[in-house]
Design a protein around this ligand. Structure first.
Ligand code: ASP
Length: 315
């Protein structure tokens, strides 16, 4: 099946499936819209009801805390009606296909579906079937997590004033990470100076999948001159043959400790999409320290999702 294009013929956003190939001007516009909504929220605690009369369905086939809550708050604060579709007690568990679930809910005038699925490509498949509704990818397999990419870009832009020219290191289980993929697409679109991907060899991706990135198993070396360090969790649920992991030796080589962070630039920003595993990929002192932007990322997530929903749904 061919994936539905996420841009309409006139260049407008029709679905949000991936940052791969999204024009950089559109990415910048989404970040600007998010920053504007954030400003309004912080100064007035009230927002324009861009989504009044619209219905947004959260279709999460995989566990989520942050992303689902974040989409839910974003849609509700802009006035939408939100349905959190309960997969476990739905007809999906009676054998209904995801496409038929979509058609059923579209017949009830759902305007947008926020989809998370363990299989790569499910949001794009649904987009190919959608009649009117917009599909927002909330994470598919290891392929894409576009709103995470956007919130990471906004966080970097806020704290560093730009993305252009920055040296970014992403460390951890790159191979299984949809966050790494969306971050790399977004960072390249906005002109990051260098992007280095680090981790043990078994967690590194194929080089051809990441043109323009440095790929290495030497985290210490990669940290030199880093402006931004993004740490990732080991995606156990996506690894079928995970050997017993020795947490201490993983942390000793790939964990971000205060001592190791000192190798990066003095004002380097530390990020993590969450959920964090303290003492594994990141030490508590770093996660809770002055250079950490982890909770800023969470806060920004609500606003980039508002920006995306508005662009897709506002009349
Ligand atoms: N929350 C992110 C994701 O959905 C990162 C993670 O789970 O480690 O991919």
């Amino acid at each position: 099946m061919t994936a539905a294009p996420q841009l309409a013929a006139d260049g407008r956003l029709r679905h949000l499936l991936t940052l791969d190939g999204l024009p950089s001007a559109l990415i910048e516009n989404l970040l600007d819209d998010a920053a504007r909504l954030r400003e309004q929220w912080h100064t007035q605690r009230a927002l324009p009801q861009h989504l009044a009369g619209r219905t947004v369905v959260n279709l999460f086939f995989e566990a989520s805390t942050r992303t689902r809550t974040s989409f839910d708050l974003a849609a509700r604060r802009l006035g939408a009606l939100v349905v959190n579709f309960d997969i476990a007690s739905s007809s999906t568990s009676k054998g209904e296909t995801t496409e038929d679930t979509l058609a059923t809910l579209e017949a009830m005038d759902a305007d947008a579906f926020v989809v998370r699925h363990k299989e790569n490509g499910t949001p794009a498949q649904l987009a190919a079937h959608a009649r009117q509704a917009a599909i927002l990818n909330a994470g598919d397999g290891n392929r894409a997590h576009p709103t995470q990419g956007l919130l990471d870009l906004l966080t970097i832009r806020d704290r560093k004033g730009r993305v252009d020219g920055l040296n970014v290191v992403i460390c951890g289980d790159i191979r299984h990470s949809r966050v790494a993929r969306s971050d790399v697409h977004g960072l390249h679109a906005l002109g990051a100076g260098s992007v280095a991907l680090c981790g043990p060899a078994s967690m590194l991706p194929a080089r051809e999948e990441f043109p323009g990135c440095r790929i290495s198993d030497d985290f210490d070396a990669a940290l030199t001159d880093a402006d931004v360090v993004i740490m990732l969790r080991i995606q156990r649920e996506r690894i079928s043959d995970l050997p017993d992991l020795d947490v201490d030796s993983y942390h000793a080589r790939y964990g971000l400790s205060m001592q190791r962070l000192a190798r990066a630039r003095r004002d380097a920003l530390v990020m993590h999409p969450g959920p964090i595993n303290r003492g594994v990929e990141i030490a508590s002192a770093v996660a809770d320290g002055a250079q950490s932007a982890i909770l800023d990322q969470v806060a920004n997530g609500v606003f980039v999702r508002m920006a995306a929903l508005t662009r897709l749904l506002a009349r």
